[in-house]
Design a binder for this molecule. Structure first.
Ligand SMILES: *Cc1c(COP(=O)(O)O)cnc(C)c1O
Length: 368
C-alpha cells in the first residue's frame, strides 16, 4: 500500500515548498573548523553582550520550569524604551513567528496580501500558509539611485484592493539592503485604508545610519493599523535563542494573543534579551564596527569590479555580473559561505554578511 502524505496536505500547504536552509553547517564546521567563514546568515560577528551570556547562564538553572508565558519583565523594559504600553507588545520565537502569526490571524482565502518583489522571503510564505492571495508588486529598478530593487511604495499603495487585509514592508529590506525614509512611509500610510494592516519589519533597525530614516514606531499613535516588528537575532546577536517582538495597537496585540503559543519564548531567551537591552555600549560597538566594515568591504568589492548595492544592514547585496553559481561554488570550496539569491530571482547576485575582519579577508583572498 502506498502512502503519500504530500497528497493529504491542505490546499494552502500544498502550494508551499520547505524553507531552503542552505548548506549543512554543522557538518561544515566539523570539516573546516575555524577555517570556515560563515557569511551567509547575517549573524553578528561580535556576538552578544557579555551581560546577555551571564543572564542566559543564570536562567539555565530554571529550565525545568515553564517560562513566564507573557514575558512580563522583558515587555516592561521594551515598553519603556519604545514609549508604548506593555499591552501593545507581542513577543515571538524570533520575529519570523510573528510575521507568520500576523497572516494567520488577519488573512484567509478571502483576502489578498501585498508585498514587494525581492521583499523578505517570509512574506509570501506567511501569505500562502494563511491561504491568502499574494500580490508581489514589482520592485524599483536596479539603477534606482538610493533604493535599487527596493520597495516601490507608490505602486504598492496602488496595488491595494478592497480585499487586501495586510501589507508587508521591510525597512531596511533583506536581501536588497534597500530602505525608504520616514517621509516616504508617512506618505504611504496616509494612502492606506484603515482596514488594511501595514507591517513594517525593522529587523535591521539598529544598523541604520541613513539620514531621514528613524523608525515606524513614531507613527503607532497616528495609525492604529500599523505593526512594527523587530528582532534580537541581528544587532543583539541572539539568533540562536529566537526572540523577536512587535509593537502595535493593543487590539491587534490582543488578536495575536489568541493564537500565540503559550510558551513561545523560552526563559533563557527572555533573560538574555532583557540583559542585552541594558548593554547600550555593546550595541554602539556593534553598530560602529558594522558601519565601518560595511563601507570598507563595499570599497574592496567595488575595486574588484563588482557592483555593490547600497545597504543599511549588516550585509551587502553584490552583483557578480554573471550567473553567481560558479562564484558561490568556488568560495564554498575554500570554506567561505555566501548566500546566492537565485531563489529571489536575482541569479547574478550573492548576499554577503559583514562578518569579522578575518572572515572578510578570507573572502577577498578568494575573490581575486
Ligand atoms: C533576519 C530577519 C528577520 C528576523 O528573523 P528572526 O526570526 O527574528 O531571527 C526578520 N526579517 C528580516 C527581513 C530578516 O532579515
Amino acid at each position: 500500500m502506498s502512502f503519500d502524505a504530500t497528497l493529504l496536505a491542505n490546499a494552502a500547504v500544498s502550494a508551499l515548498r520547505a524553507y531552503d536552509p542552505g548548506h549543512d553547517l554543522p557538518t561544515l564546521r566539523q570539516r573546516f573548523g575555524t577555517a570556515l567563514s560563515e557569511l551567509g546568515s547575517n549573524e553578528n560577528p561580535l556576538g552578544p553582550s557579555p551581560a546577555a551570556i551571564v543572564a542566559a547562564s543564570e536562567a539555565m538553572a530554571a529550565m525545568w520550569r515553564y517560562p513566564d508565558p507573557v514575558g512580563a519583565s522583558l515587555k516592561r523594559v521594551l515598553a519603556e524604551r519604545l514609549g508604548v504600553g506593555t499591552g501593545q507588545l507581542v513577543l515571538g520565537n524570533g520575529s519570523h513567528e510573528l510575521l507568520m502569526l500576523l497572516a494567520q490571524c488577519f488573512a484567509d482565502a478571502a483576502h489578498s496580501v501585498v508585498y514587494s518583489q525581492f521583499g523578505f522571503a517570509v512574506f509570501p510564505i506567511a501569505t500562502a500558509a494563511a491561504g491568502a492571495q499574494g500580490i508581489a508588486v514589482p520592485a524599483l529598478p536596479a539603477d534606482h539611485p538610493d533604493a535599487a530593487f527596493g520597495h516601490d511604495l507608490d505602486a504598492m499603495a496602488r496595488a491595494i484592493r478592497a480585499d487586501t487585509r495586510l501589507v508587508y514592508l521591510a525597512n531596511p529590506n533583506n536581501p536588497t539592503g534597500s530602505s525608504f525614509s520616514d517621509v516616504e512611509l508617512e506618505a504611504f500610510m496616509a494612502r492606506v485604508p484603515g482596514h488594511v494592516i501595514v507591517v513594517v519589519d525593522e529587523a535591521y533597525h539598529e544598523y541604520v545610519d541613513r539620514p531621514g530614516l528613524s523608525t515606524a514606531m513614531h507613527l503607532l499613535d497616528r495609525y492604529r493599523n500599523l505593526v512594527v516588528t523587530r528582532t534580537f537575532s541581528k544587532a543583539y546577536a541572539l539568533a540562536g535563542l529566537r526572540v523577536g517582538y512587535l509593537a502595535a495597537d493593543a487590539s491587534i496585540a490582543a488578536v495575536l494573543e489568541r493564537l500565540r503559543e503559550s510558551f513561545n519564548v523560552n526563559g533563557i531567551a527572555l533573560a538574555a534579551a532583557e540583559a542585552a537591552l541594558g548593554d547600550e555600549a555593546h550595541l554602539r560597538r556593534v553598530r560602529d564596527t558594522n558601519a565601518s566594515d560595511r563601507a570598507w568591504l563595499a570599497g574592496e568589492l567595488t575595486a574588484r569590479g563588482l557592483r555593490v548595492f547600497p545597504s543599511q544592514t549588516n550585509f551587502l547585496l553584490v552583483d557578480t555580473g554573471d550567473d553567481a553559481t560558479a562564484l558561490e561554488a568556488r568560495l564554498f570550496a575554500a570554506g567561505v559561505i555566501v548566500r546566492p539569491m537565485m531563489g529571489y530571482g536575482l541569479g547574478q547576485t550573492v548576499r554577503i554578511s559583514i562578518g569579522s575582519r578575518a572572515e572578510l579577508d578570507h573572502l577577498l583572498e578568494h575573490l581575486k
